[in-house]
Structures are given as structure tokens and as C-alpha cells.
Design a protein around this ligand. Sequence first.
Ligand SMILES: Nc1ncnc2c1ncn2[C@@H]1O[C@H](COP(=O)(O)OP(=O)(O)O)[C@@H](O)[C@H]1O
Ligand SMILES: [Mg+2]
Length: 448
Amino acid sequence: MEKDMTTTVSKLATEAKPKGIAMNRVPLKSWNCRFDHRYEQIKQVGKGAYGDVYKARLKPEYCTSEEEEKSYFALKKLIATKSDEGFPITSLREIQFLKKLNHENIVNLHDVVVSKQEGDNRDKRADVYLVFEYMDYDINGLISKKVEFTSANIKCLMQQLLTGVKYLHDNDVMHRDIKGANILLDGEGTLKVADFGLAKQYDKFRKMYTNKVVTLWYRAPELLLGSHNYNKSLDIWSVGCFMAELFIGKPLFPGSVEAKQIDLIFKLCGVPTLESWPSLAYLHAFSELDLSPSPDQREKFFKKLPTYSKTLDDQGIDLMLGMLTLNPDHRLTVDECLEHPYFTTEPLPCQKSELPKIEGDAHEHGVRVEWKEKLLAEKQNQQFSSSRNYRDRDNNRDYRRDDRRDDRRDYRDRRDDHRNSRGHHRDNRSHKHHYSGHKRSYHDRERR
Ligand SMILES: Nc1ncnc2c1ncn2[C@@H]1O[C@H](COP(=O)(O)OP(=O)(O)O)[C@@H](O)[C@H]1O
Ligand SMILES: [Mg+2]
């Protein structure tokens, strides 16, 4: 792995930038990508802050073998650009990470292509696509479809996920957005970590990273409390939240805003003390925290879940407690997680081929579209009679609202991150404007 990709990206951006192009944009012609019109899109499978993802295959006339005819690809369309405007430097960073990373549990980037330009018309928009191997499911899609995982299934998924994260951490890469929608599974049961849009090379000498990273529900407490000096352990917190979600079938900490998020965490994990987390005193939000003692409910919580207790054994609880440790210095490392007795106690992890399969594919976006269609049909038929329907509808609305908020935040995060990489540390200066504080309300923050 190259030590610091940020330098390369910034160098590319500054060296190859003609006049009139914004600082965070890279002109397409400054790097080598082919114009390509060989793929045909089948359907949309993903929608994110930075582009849509489509299931695609090679057009029959370009297939040279039967195998190629049967292969599918995922095309991630980056922001549509005018050919002389370029596209965001964060996307270039994502490509650079994907090109360097090569592991069975990390998604495989085949190619980067630009949709065919017709004629010489400079105003014609060019679409840049990342071409990936196609993965049948993302874990959020499976959870939303109420797929049930046995204890052995969850062990197999967790082992593969942690193996992928170990590869990243061994190469000093922080993923910074681990969550079900970014964890993909293929028909053979191989799990792959995807979406490197927020990934960052960890440098132990660097003292400043933006803390506006990781989707809120999976964001580690040190980030929520304003740390800029975090390390790879932030990914382990997200993995812990994800593991809990596999057991309980819904997000563990579904906060709507930062203050609510930290409240939910403290309610379950207890309020930290300076004995349990000495460096808490150096965090920006320390003076605003209400540190009245509150018991750690995690063990009780996981044990008392009657529906899930049949699949959640003591070793599983112990591993989750280790990952969901408030003090990042005491949190388990990825090696410690993989060596945890949870993986060697009966029932052992199942074979990949034994993981549950469903008809067709399942991605978070598809499930959301299905929900929307269902809601629309329900509305049209005026069938909101049962309370169950009302509950589903409300959950769905919250989910979509959170998602839109996530999209806006993702954009701000990536922008701040980009500015940081240019040495501006803007998020440091503006931190107090962003942080809502443990005691302040969301509306106070919005007004400021
Ligand atoms: N290789 C792939 N195969 C199948 N689906 C994919 C693939 N890559 C991404 N997706 C789907 O598209 C969604 C968005 O892709 P992602 O890379 O996470 O983009 P974003 O940065 O916009 O979140 C994912 O949650 C997943 O459902
Ligand atoms: Mg994503």
C-alpha cells in the first residue's frame, strides 16, 4: 500500500487543473479513463449521496465467451459532469483506494469508464462509472426482507467482515462508513466491504481528522464528543453496532441527531467517567456533558432479549461488549476480535455456502422502492385501518427522513474532509457551530 494517498490526490488535483475549475474538482482528461459504451443497464440497485448504482451486463455483441454473457456488473455512476468541469476529488480518492486494495473480503473494482461522448460537443455531459463485480445482496437489504440468520450464520458473516476490516487496518486504512448498506454478499456467500468514499489513510503523526464521518447510527462516541484525533478503533465501534443489528434485526442506536445519538449510547453503555476514560477530559464536548452516573445496561439488555437469546450466547455478548466499549483505547482491536472464543465455541461459523439465500437480489435501495410502492398502493386503496399499517408507515417515513438528512450530512462531511486534506482544518474552526452538544436541542443548533 502506498503510504499517503492524500498527497498523490492533491498533487494530481493541483498539477492538472486548468484555470476556471473549482479546487475540489479534477478534470477528466488529467487521468486515464476510457470512453466506453459496452455495458447495458438492467436496473438501479443503489442510490447514495454521490451517485447511483446499476446492475449491468456486457451487451451481447461485446461478449467473447458464454461466461461473459452470464456475468453481471455493478456500475456506480459518479456525478454527471460537463467534460471540462471534472468531478469531486473525493471520488478520485475512492478510486485510488479501490485500486490499491486487493482482498477476498473487499469489493473488487474492475474498471473506471466514461460513457461514450457523441461527436465533439463539449457541452455533452460525460458520466463516469466505477465498474464492480456484481453482488446479489447488501446486508440491509437482507435484514429488511426479514431474512433470519442463525448463530452459525452470524459467526460466518462476522468472521468475514472482521477479516476484511483486518486487511484494511493492517494497511492503515480507516473505512469510516461501516454499516449494513456497505456490506455486500454474493450468491456464494462471500462477504465484501464496499463504499470507500469516506476512507482515509491512518497516519499516527497526524493529529487532525474531520469527525463528521460515519453514518450517525454507527458513529463512535469519541467522534460524537468532538475528537479529531481518533484512530482505526472507530471502525470497531461500527462493527459492534452492526453485529448487534444482525441479532436484533433493527439498528441498535437509531438516533435522529447527534445529541440524541449520544443519549442512546449512554443509556445503554452507561455514562463514562474520567477513571474509565481519562482522555475524555480533552474532548471538545467534555464541559457540556452531564456526567451523572448511569449504569451500564448492555449485558442486561442483550441477555433480556427473549426472542434473540436463542442465537445470542455469552461469548457473543462478550465480543459485542468488547467492541461497544466507550473508551477507544480499551475497545478490542480487530485482531482481538478475530481471536475471540466466540468464533471457536459451538456452534461454529457455518460454511459460506450455508448462508441464507433468497429469490432474486436484495439491496437497501430496492427494499425502499418496494416500501414506497406499497405505501402508494395502500394510500390509493385507503387501507390505513390497522394500527400495524400505521406503525409501518411511520417507521418508513422516519427512515426516509433520516436518510435524506444523512445524504446532506454526507455531502458536508466529504466537503469538510476534502478541505482538511488541503490543510485548512475547517472543521476544527467551525466545530462549535456544528456540534449540537449533549444538552442542546436540535432546533437550537439549526437556528445558529
Ligand atoms: N458491487 C455491487 N454490487 C451490487 N450492489 C452494489 C455494489 N456496490 C454498491 N451496491 C449497492 O449500491 C448501494 C450504494 O453504493 P455505495 O458504493 O455504498 O455508494 P454511496 O457512496 O452512494 O453510498 C449499496 O448500498 C449497495 O446496495
Ligand atoms: Mg454506501
